[in-house]
Design a protein around this ligand. Structure first.
Ligand code: DOR
Length: 425
């Protein structure tokens, strides 16, 4: 099958491309990107003038809940949500039931995703068995089965000696370790960021230092081991400073930030909406401003949704009782475009943070429109106005704090390996 996307604004930060051109897909690959291409016989032509043609988006941090918690999400619904959001590759965290800490679970995720997935699924294996923080999981086996990185996400590896060994093992394999940086003692029983907002709501808060003390410790271990290290969902200004400094010193560190930490502050929890309970918590405006700066200057390499579906029952009982997390795959792009419209960062930087940057940090396929690359492509209508309607989300779970928000910009067509995974008029 061949497909010609005609007359769009081709934006491919990997190749420093930003121009009006046609993009021809043949046999699942990008064949040519040039103005004025003729459509080969039998080729479907789609007019995309006024739209942005970019590499398919890549999310280095999602929770797809399969195996074991399919009442929240599964590989089919999670990847459909991904495709609808413009994503062609997602990295799924190992806090499934059972935890993805061995070859059999990694293999089953890869196999199921191939059968039912609407996006490429790259599993992240657990750092420790059961993500219990004590005994290292078998990295070699998980890598052989398709793991692209290791993380105990949802929990922090608190034991520095265990973290050191994990970094050494990952370094031997050339894969990154993604840390959920949160000192469990500083964060004990916390529901929110430690601030006046939390105090007024009667909620236990954790200081931003709960995150940054672990970032600081781990960067020492990166210096010791030389391993590739990735900071998951950065939320604190101090963490941004530490990562910026580490990069200046040449350490192999990358970092991600979520659309919700870029968009909301702790003020949002005052609504009592349990979708605003998330881990790490929404922080103050100073932290949010530092995230903006860090994303714009490249200190924070990637945008990651931390898509964390939960059922209504798990989000009941008020902020203190609700499970932390929110669904993010279908709102990420529009929230990013909102930051571009507000002048926080240029469009090309946003697209880079959602394509070539995560591809580079995790060694993933895609992230480029170079001829010969797999045809992982998103077409974005930058002017499309739409209202976030939980019932209309493809995800099985509807826990979004953005319900009712009117957003501008939407993925209107997604191609994964040349196959249409999402199309709307
Ligand atoms: O809010 C969160 N939810 N943060 C995490 O780190 C884990 C995630 C989940 O699995 O629900």
């Amino acid at each position: 099958m061949s497909l010609l996307l005609r007359g769009g604004r081709v934006l491919d930060p990997a190749g420093s491309v930003d121009r009006t051109a046609d993009l021809l897909v043949e046999d699942g690959r990008i064949a040519r990107v040039e103005p004025g291409l003729d459509a080969p016989a039998g080729c479907r032509v789609i007019e995309v003038a006024g739209r942005i043609v970019a590499p398919g988006l890549i999310d280095p941090h999602v929770h797809l809940r399969e195996p074991g918690q399919e009442h929240k999400e599964d590989l089919e619904t999670g990847t459909r949500a991904a495709a609808a959001g413009g994503f062609t590759t997602v990295c799924c965290m190992p806090n499934t039931k059972p935890v993805n800490d061995c070859r059999a679970v990694t293999e089953s995720i890869v196999r199921r995703a191939r059968e039912v997935g609407a996006a490429r699924v790259c599993p992240i294996g657990a750092i420790t068995k059961g993500s219990a923080g004590e005994v290292l999981a078998d990295f070699d086996e998980m890598r052989a089965a398709g793991a692209v990185a290791f993380s105990d996400d949802g929990r922090c590896v608190m034991n520095a000696a265990v973290m050191r060994r994990a970094l050494e093992r990952a370094r031997a394999l050339g894969l990154p370790v993604s840390q959920h940086c949160q000192d469990e003692h500083l964060a004990r029983q916390a529901v929110a960021h430690e601030s006046a907002v939390a105090a007024r709501a009667g909620l236990v808060g954790e200081p931003a230092a709960a995150e940054s003390v672990i970032v600081a410790r781990d960067l020492e271990l990166v210096e010791l081991t030389g391993a590739r290290y990735h900071v998951a969902h950065v939320s604190a200004a101090a963490s941004v400073r530490l990562v910026r400094d580490a990069k200046r010193r040449g350490l192999p560190v990358t970092a991600e930030v979520t659309p919700h930490h870029l968009t909301l502050t702790d003020e949002a929890i005052a609504s009592g909406d349990t979708s605003t309970r998330v881990n790490p918590p929404l922080r103050g405006a100073d932290d949010r401003d530092a995230l903006w700066e860090g994303l714009a200057d490249g200190t924070l390499d990637c945008i990651a949704t931390d898509h964390a579906p939960h059922s209504p029952a798990e989000k009941e009982g008020g902020l203190g009782a609700a499970a932390p997390g929110l669904v993010g795959l279908e709102t990420a792009l529009a929230l990013g475009l909102r930051l571009v419209a507000a002048g926080v960062l240029p469009l090309a930087r946003l697209i880079a943070a959602m394509t070539v940057a995560p591809a580079g940090a995790f060694g993933l396929p895609g992230g480029t429109l170079a001829p010969g690359a797999p045809a992982d492509v998103v077409v974005i209508d930058p002017d499309r106005l739409w209202t976030v309607t939980p019932a209309a989300l493809h995800s099985k779970s509807k826990n979004t704090p953005f319900a009712g928000w009117e957003l501008r910009g939407k993925a209107v067509l997604t191609l994964c390996g040349g196959t249409l995974t999402h199309e709307e008029a």
